[in-house]
Design a protein around this ligand. Structure first.
Ligand code: ZN
Ligand code: ZN
Length: 257
């Protein structure tokens, strides 16, 4: 995908022709006026907030020249570009999202990731548990936090070192929470990038130790237990439900990759 021209200026995507944009452009107002009369929708998804409505309206005005624009001009040759304002609603707007994605991955590559082998992890939860995170958005923060802490725990556990040294071992982790799957349905899951090994604090130079073996069968079950304990601690499920869920997901919660 060509999103930068040779001058390194981001070119917005002309999304007004896209099917996604037109679904909102043609049907969103109808959807709003009918929403509360469709029981099935309201009972499942609750109120539509002003923030949500506002976000869609801003998205519909993204890159609309009638809403204003900036001009970028080359000081030496005078070549000028007209750059329409973008909505910056990157959670809904595919164009703004692509820009954010490119900038973010560039930043990760240039500024954050070390010249080491990395692993990509995806931590998921079963469909039946999604509703807890939908109703209580605070738990989404807890989910990504739990995943990052869990990964540190896993690295330390399978590190071949004495206990007092394990506490000083740190894998490098970048964690991102995603709330939708590729079908755009609510599906909270965590993407983590981690160094393949750990950095161990030493008095002189820190020491990098690769961690080569990680038992996935164990990790799936331990991840399941972490998530269930978290939900139990926040009183989302009872201890009986926790027990039943452990039974139902005997081999743990799946994570692809
Ligand atoms: Zn020029
Ligand atoms: Zn936009």
């Amino acid at each position: 995908m060509k999103s930068y021209n040779p001058y390194g200026i981001y070119i917005p995507r002309y999304h007004k022709q896209s099917r996604f944009y037109n679904i909102f452009a043609n049907h969103f107002e109808d959807f709003l006026s009918n929403y509360y009369s469709i029981d099935e929708l309201y009972s499942k998804y609750g109120d539509i907030t002003d923030h949500q409505t506002d976000t869609v309206h801003k998205f519909l005005k993204c890159q609309d020249l009638t809403q204003g624009f900036g001009v970028a001009k080359c000081p030496s040759c005078g070549t000028a570009y007209i750059v329409p304002f973008s909505c910056k609603k990157h959670k809904i707007c595919p164009s703004c999202r692509m820009k954010k994605l490119l900038e973010y991955s560039e930043w990760l590559k240039q500024e954050v990731l070390l010249e080491l082998t990395h692993r990509h992890w995806v931590f998921t939860i079963p469909k039946e548990l999604r509703v807890h995170f939908y109703r209580n958005r605070f738990l989404l923060n807890k989910l990504i936090e739990t995943a990052c802490r869990f990964l540190v725990f896993i690295y330390r556990k399978f590190l071949n070192l004495p206990k007092n040294q394990k506490k000083k071992a740190h894998p490098g982790i970048v964690g991102i929470l995603q709330t939708a799957g590729s079908d755009l349905k609510f599906n909270p899951h965590c993407h983590l990038i981690s160094t393949e090994g750990v950095l161990i604090e030493k008095d002189e130079d820190d020491l990098y130790v690769p961690v080569n073996f990680l038992p996935y069968d164990y990790i799936r079950i331990a991840w399941r237990n972490r998530v269930l304990n978290m939900l139990y601690n926040f009183k989302e499920i009872t201890s009986q439900e926790r027990k039943e869920l452990k039974e139902r997901y005997k081999s743990g919660f799946n994570f692809p990759g």
